[in-house]
Design a protein around this ligand. Structure first.
Ligand code: GLU
Length: 421
């Protein structure tokens, strides 16, 4: 191994690589293609200096990793988080490649991030980070090269700043440089809710097939950000009973079910689920071990591990987050008969509607929300059904089936395009 490749090898990157290696073996993937896919195509490391509100200057490390661009320009979010590192971003970029390929989107995978504490920063400080980070990676992004989007602790406002910074550099408005923008600057209807909507959609589709006998499945959701809260809303609407929810501050539990719309208004007013009067407080780490039908980890990576997996009681684990189940935990859950909807399928709704946003930006023609939701459902249904059919045909778990499809399409395109020069 070359020294530079060692920089990627933290736990999360090893996990993404191991998932690829396992499926490569199973598919008899061409060794040359496999080796090329094990490493990112390009990684950009930048320093992001900003002036803090107190007048001092602080430098934050930033990254943009482009894993692959065989099927089209790179695509993937940007996160602001204190755990951001080159290896983590590279793993997330690799997962974006499989996700886009599985959903049949004409993209390769990328991811970016700035290592910082966004909760402790003012809006002004966040804006300065977003703008300077964009400036540093500017030569490498663009509607035809690499299109960022929101991820952890970045949102519509962050995307508007990125779009503005890029547009000012090139001298005209370029809405297609990022997705997840506010509608008024070229965003699309339906993007904010897209990931959670897709999570709820795949859970319902999986439960119809795996447990049609359950009329009111019970659910525990870890994380109540954009993904967790919207998933909760749509599952509640579909008649599922949400019995436990956690966020960064703590967790709540209500055996009779949580009224999600009421909780959402509480969170809007109070900033957290903690203190919600119609539920009891519980230890946040216990959320993984509750006797529920569906468990939705919708926060960070590496939360279901070999340590707690033996105590998971859910029938279905739906990966709202990217990489919440480690490969060791994966094997344990499988041996216990727990089904897992992998993140590259479960949380793909976000990038699907990002794709719609980019298409609308490029053609300067915008669609109504109903059309977008319907198109999203169609793509999610097709990907789910393809994965489910392959899982039955090859007698493999859902993650393996999803990876076989995602990796398979990229490999086929790579073989056809050949190795340049
Ligand atoms: N950050 C999201 C993800 O992990 C969305 C990426 C995008 O919309 O490009 O899938």
């Amino acid at each position: 191994m070359l020294d530079t490749q060692e920089y990627y090898l933290n736990d999360t990157y090893r996990m993404a690589q191991r998932q690829l290696d396992d499926v490569a073996k199973l598919m008899n993937l061409d060794a040359g293609v496999h080796e090329r896919l094990r490493w990112p195509r390009k990684s950009i490391i930048v320093s992001v200096p900003i002036r803090l509100d107190n007048g001092t200057v602080k430098v934050f490390p930033g990254y943009r990793v482009q894993h692959d661009q065989t099927l089209g320009p790179c695509k993937g979010g940007i996160r602001f988080h204190h755990e951001v590192s080159l290896g983590e971003v590279a793993a997330l970029a690799m997962w974006m490649t499989w996700k886009c390929s599985l959903l049949n989107l004409p993209y390769g995978g990328a991811k970016g991030g700035v290592c910082c504490f966004p909760e402790e920063m003012s809006i002004g400080e966040q804006e300065r980070i977003a703008r300077r980070y964009t400036t540093e990676i500017l030569p490498f992004i663009g509607p035809e090269k690499d299109i960022p989007a929101p991820d952890m602790y970045t949102n519509e406002q962050t995307m508007a700043w990125i779009m503005d910074t890029y547009s000012n550099f090139v001298g005209h408005a370029v809405p297609g440089v990022v997705t997840g923008k506010p509608v008024v600057v070229g965003g699309t209807e339906g993007r904010v809710e897209a990931t959670g909507r897709g999570v709820a959609f795949t859970i319902k589709r999986a439960m119809e097939r795996l447990h049609p006998e359950l009329e009111t499945p019970t659910v525990a959701i870890q994380g109540f950000g954009n993904v967790g809260s919207v998933s909760a809303k749509y599952l509640h609407q579909a008649g599922y009973k949400i019995v436990a929810i956690s966020d960064v501050r703590g967790a709540i539990h209500a055996e009779g079910g949580i009224n999600v719309p009421d909780l959402l208004s509480y969170v809007k007013a109070n900033g957290s689920i903690v203190g919600y009067p119609h539920a009891e407080r519980m230890d946040a780490s216990d959320i993984f071990e509750l006797p529920v039908d569906v468990l939705v980890p919708a926060a960070v990576a590496n939360v279901i591990t070999a340590e707690n997996a033996p105590r998971v009681k859910a029938k279905l684990v739906a990966e709202g987050a990217n990489g919440p189940v480690t490969p060791d935990a994966d094997a344990i859950l499988q041996s216990k008969g727990v089904a897992i909807i992998p993140g590259i399928l479960c949380n793909a709704g976000g990038v699907v509607v990002s794709y719609f946003e980019w298409v609308q930006d490029i053609q300067r023609l915008f669609w109504a929300e109903g059309e977008i939701v319907q198109k999203l459902d169609t793509l999610m249904a097709k990907a789910f059904d393809d994965v489910y059919a392959l899982h039955l045909e090859k007698q493999v778990d859902l993650r393996t089936a999803a990876m076989m499809l995602g990796v398979g399409r990229v490999a086929q395109a790579k073989t056809l395009r050949g190795l340049y020069p």
